[in-house]
Ligand binder design. Structure first.
Ligand SMILES: Nc1ncnc2c1ncn2[C@@H]1O[C@H](COP(=O)(O)OS(=O)(=O)O)[C@@H](OP(=O)(O)O)[C@H]1O
Ligand SMILES: [Mg+2]
Ligand SMILES: [Mg+2]
Ligand SMILES: [Mg+2]
Length: 349
């Protein structure tokens, strides 16, 4: 089945949301230190991005039922204390739509913004079509001025069939070699089941097909992990890398930009092992997962099971998420298993 129409809508929605986020991040980085510790810019951008994506998808695909599983909801904005922020979000959404040809004459009221945000309350699941959205993935990176992504995917009967990752701060050329001069930034990755993965500049066209690294020697592999130590056990990933003989230091970047960078071969492995008790959400992986698998990669949990997006808003996982190419996966799984066993035997001593 083709999802061409959905892909066009998703690219439009994610690009416009990226424009909104870029505007806020630029203002944030130019602001003084005091307002940098204030979390409201990211709040405004999170909600604004979700409202824009929800509004555009529904308008573009007006003839089909609309279901959206998204990270944010409007609860806090409906409180008395949320009034001012709602006002800022509404102005921002309207400014963003005004800059888009097709929607230049659309003006949303505060109530319509709340409604658009709350469309994201769907539970997803194994039946029918559901959009999956992280309006800003990597909020900590966003605040630091680093990497973040707008991540949008479509589930059809529990399978991810389409994914778009807008990465406003990711260089258009490989990030593998830190010593090369910085290039233009802003990448849009997209993939449709069975059709490969493409990347184009966020503000342009000219897509190029991308593929994951084809290396088969673990010693040559470099690996990505979360920037935030609180999001992944870096001692565990370091022990796995050591078993594999990986020589390069870990590349730590925020958000699903990791999946995008992996899909074009900037690195060969992504490992993510959240601390005990954390439950992964589908919007943190759905778009990234199809972007990397359509580029020839494979994403599994620590037990080698493919990620299952059909269980509702959460992923039901064995321990962690690992992503690499087909050739390296057996060695990676073995190293993961051994390191996890060592970890559990040392903690039971
Ligand atoms: N404790 C903990 N453990 C694991 N993961 C967590 C945790 N807390 C948050 N999150 C989720 O991580 C999302 C950010 O993605 P990354 O971890 O890849 O980026 S980062 O490098 O750590 O910033 C982040 O996504 P956003 O909330 O959209 O930014 C969270 O969903
Ligand atoms: Mg996220
Ligand atoms: Mg988010
Ligand atoms: Mg969040």
């Amino acid at each position: 089945m083709s999802y061409d129409r959905e892909l066009v809508a998703a690219k439009k929605a994610a690009s416009l949301a990226a424009r909104l986020c870029q505007k806020i991040q630029r203002a944030l980085l130019q602001s003084d230190v005091q307002s940098k510790s204030d979390r409201s810019p990211v709040t405004v951008a999170d909600y604004g991005s979700q409202a824009v994506v929800s509004f555009i998808l529904e308008k573009e695909l007006v003839d089909v039922p609309f279901s959206l599983v998204a990270e944010e909801d409007s609860g806090d904005l409906r409180e008395e204390s949320g009034k001012e922020i709602l006002n800022r979000i509404t102005a921002l959404v309207n400014e963003t739509l005004a800059g888009a040809d097709t929607y230049a004459s659309s003006t949303l009221s505060e109530e319509s913004v709340l409604t658009a945000i709350d469309k994201g309350k769907s539970e997803g699941g194994p039946i029918g079509r559901h959009w999956v959205l992280d309006p800003i993935d990597g909020t900590k990176g966003f605040l630091r001025g680093d990497q973040y992504a707008i991540a949008l995917a479509l589930l059809d009967n529990g399978k991810v069939v389409l994914g778009v990752l807008a990465c406003p701060n990711l260089p258009l050329t490989s990030i593998a070699h830190k010593d090369t001069a910085p290039t233009e930034v802003g990448c849009l990755f997209y993939a449709q089941a069975g059709s490969g993965t493409y990347m184009e500049p966020l503000d342009g066209s000219s897509p190029v097909k991308v593929t994951v690294s084809d290396i088969d020697n673990t010693e040559e592999a470099s690996f990505f992990e979360s920037y935030e130590a609180a999001h992944s056990m870096q001692d565990l990933t370091s022990s796995i890398a050591q078993k594999l003989g990986v020589k390069a230091p870990p590349v730590r970047i925020d958000s699903q930009a990791k999946y995008g960078a992996l899909s074009r071969g900037d690195g060969a492995i992504y490992m993510r092992f959240p601390h005990k008790g954390y439950r992964e959400k589908i919007w943190d992986h759905a778009a990234g997962c199809i972007v990397v698998t359509e580029a020839g990669g494979i994403a599994t949990d620590a037990g080698g099971n493919l990620l299952d997006f059909s269980k509702g808003r959460f992923l039901d996982l064995d321990t962690g998420i690992i992503v690499t190419n087909q050739k390296l996966m057996p060695a990676l799984l073995k190293a993961v298993r051994e390191s996890l066993e060592e970890k559990s035997s040392s903690s039971s001593l």
